[in-house]
Design a protein around this ligand. Sequence first.
Ligand SMILES: Nc1ncnc2c1ncn2[C@@H]1O[C@H](COP(=O)(O)OP(=O)(O)OP(=O)(O)O)[C@@H](O)[C@H]1O
Length: 804
Amino acid sequence: MAKKTSTKKTSSAKKPKFQGLKAFFKNRQTQTVAGLFLIVFALFLIIAFFSFFFSWQEDQSTLNQFADKTIKSKNLLGKIGTQLSDFFIFRGFGLAAFIIPVLIFLTGISILFKVSLKTIVKNWNWGILFMLWIAISFGFASNKILSGIVGFELNEYLQTFLGSTGLTLSLAFILFSYLIIKFKITPEKVIAQIRSKKKESNPVDEAPQDEDFKDSYPTKSNEEPIEIDLDTTKKTSEFELSVKDLKPTISNFSDAKDSKKEQPETVPKPKEAENEEVVIDVEELSEEDHVTENLSDRLVKDFGEFDPKLELGNFKFPSLNLLKQYNESISIDPEELEANKNKILETLKNYKIGIDKIKATVGPTITLYEIVPEAGVRISKIKNLEDDIALSLSALGIRIIAPIPGKGTIGIEVPNKKSTIVSMHSVISSNKFQESQMELPIALGKTISNETFVVDLAKMPHLLMAGATGQGKSVGLNAVLASLLYKKHPAEVKFILVDPKKVELTLFNKIERHYLAKLPDTDDAIITDTTKVIHTLNSLCIEMDNRYDLLKSAMVRNIKEYNVKFKARKLNPNDGHQFLPYIVLVIDEFADLIMTAGKEVETPIARLAQLARAIGIHLIVATQRPSVNVITGIIKANFPARIAFRVTSKIDSRTILDASGADQLIGRGDLLYTAGNDIQRIQCAFIDTPEVEKITDFIGSQRAYAEAYQLPEYVGEEAGTTLDNDISERDKLFREAAEVIVTAQQGSASLLQRKLKLGYNRAGRLIDQLEAAGIVGGFEGSKARQVLISDLVALDQFFENEQS
Ligand SMILES: Nc1ncnc2c1ncn2[C@@H]1O[C@H](COP(=O)(O)OP(=O)(O)OP(=O)(O)O)[C@@H](O)[C@H]1O
């Protein structure tokens, strides 16, 4: 008894609490507010989702910096919009995620208008099923923005067990089942529908005769009787379904006639009906005309533009905080400025050169004094005084620019007593670099007026770099590479790094599978050995020829147009077309190579330099010794863009820049840049080894491609080309490979890679063995090899013959 009373007590104690809650939720005001909230939230999601489709790529980088106020999101609904959209669309269900706000919206409406909870639950059940179905179906498109990661993974998972055909059948079955349940379709109804359609197609002949008469007239004159029918059914609403389902009979029709006496003309008017049908026919014809849609447009509509970055869709660019920040405010010392000005004026006065005006621009390492001489002073006179002015200022690194191009003044560059470091951080974070639309932007450093200097490697199109040892060449190369790493996705650019010194570029080994390109069957992506350099350069020439073939068959002039066309799905990958990344070849010590390999290196480099600009191969060649036997005429002629760090003699300066000046630099990243016309003095951005290491570590720790970008195989002249047809040493998959190749009638290693899921090397070996056996023909550059056996029967015959 005691027990009973206690339980009673507790339940009665809880009751008022729950009752209060219940009453709160039953209150119509609460429900109205909740309903409205859901509607507004649904609209919020819809706007965020729409916006996400236009801004998701730019907003990738903001996802991890939610709290950082300085980083703004492009989504119309800000960072929360981006986060929610990323969660539901990218990480969730892709395009199908739109169903979620629709369901929330319906739930809001349901709460507002007190629709039963059962209906809400039913809506959600169907909605979620439908969403999963769409997401899995889009999974076939391998486009994560369409299918979402959930759709993509589910698709992959199901494909493993059902195969793509099985999955397609299952999806189709689910769709049909849904339609059958939703629209109450039965075989009888379908047959009845087909019959009535048939009658529709020749209505005049059979018009007034039988019970299907009403269906066979889709004209105004026959619609009216149906209306009357419906009116009558409305009156007896319980029978709505059964009346609708009834086939109209002549008696129905005459009933209708009775109820609307003005209607009798409707029956005997087949002529009018015929005329109207002619009009309908014409409309149908014009509709057919509209349905001529270009295949590429349709593909783009269905799958979106091709996204080369999709394979590494989650790749994150290195963040700015990996780079060191220095105190970069330029301190202007007025005393120093005054003293320099006085010295300049005095020296010029000694030579009887009067001055109208003098102006100073203080840069990070040097100050530019701009002089406007008095009328009548000859510029050449001042130019000749270069050494005297340098002497009187008793400073290294004085350069006179007479006149400054486009300004009509004379410039005297004087090094600052205290120079400021230009950090990589400051140039990379500059708007100029971040917002640049260049193909291969390089933030080289800062100009004398302290502006960030950004150039496009794609426009150069090749760069020659020289400077005596210890003047900043390696730092310069690292700055170039870091700029590209901060701006270009691994799908867009690949590097080939040649480093005979074996130390400078080794850090980049960590990003081999993201950013580097190498020869097949080589272990190290960074090339240190001269023979390998020769092979790589020749392989690059083959790549260049292949790319030119692709450009030719795509009927475009350069890689940019080619990639645009490929992204618009106008080029068929089955014809060998693929998205082409830029390739940047960096040679750190060119003098070494020329000394050891001479013409063997010079010839392919000159060929690449002459021809490779249109197909996206760009060279950066650096050397310590800019002498004429290293930078030969042919090399120089094809490298219009040059960077000179400090060199030891005027002759070296002339060799690299075709002008003196590099011998007067002050070192530590002080450089002269020319792209063929005027020369600019730049302070190179400083990036040290630990910073490079952090960047490469950051990139290296992310998901990568299966292997480095493979360059075409180059068989050196010394390598034998005879192929060994030894049956016992054939790969285990030889027969399967032969079947794949013969079925597809296309002899390519990449086909084997895809169909048999092999690595490049094994697929390459199999192709060699197939060639040795006489199943495929010889190597034909970019084209697939010819298949010499016509079908599988002939292939069986071939193997039988071989065994016997
Ligand atoms: N942009 C720069 N700003 C400030 N200091 C720099 C800059 N570039 C280089 N230095 C200084 O000069 C030193 C040598 O630079 P770096 O190693 O790039 O020379 P190098 O020309 O590559 O020499 P080597 O040819 O012998 O390898 C660096 O350790 C650094 O202290």
